[in-house]
Design a protein around this ligand. Structure first.
Ligand SMILES: [Zn+2]
Length: 94
């Protein structure tokens, strides 16, 4: 394992920790965790792990919980409506 992939592994570990903290934190702290996770993701050029990709708004970086996102299914897609910035994201079923 080269240094680069070691750094990426560490980056992904930190992203996991940030999201697990965000799940237990208040909205403001959770939002900060999302922003930090995005910074780490960009810096180390890692892909956002699948399980976290729809945990926040890509537009305003709000952490999504029951009060900040509305989730509906429509035409075989899951539709996420960010209640903060009204940005809509669609996730196809697999
Ligand atoms: Zn948003």
């Amino acid at each position: 394992m080269g240094d680069k992939s070691k750094l990426k592994t560490r980056a992904l570990e930190r992203i996991h920790i940030l999201f697990s903290n965000a799940a237990k934190a208040d909205q403001k702290t959770a939002n900060r965790a999302v922003k930090l996770a995005r910074t780490i993701q960009t810096k180390f050029k890692v892909r956002m792990p699948e399980q976290f990709r729809y945990r926040f708004c890509k537009h305003c970086l709000t952490y999504w919980n029951s009060t900040t996102v509305r989730i509906r299914t429509r035409n075989g897609k899951v539709v996420f409506l960010c209640r903060v910035c009204k940005h809509i994201r669609r996730k196809p079923y697999r």
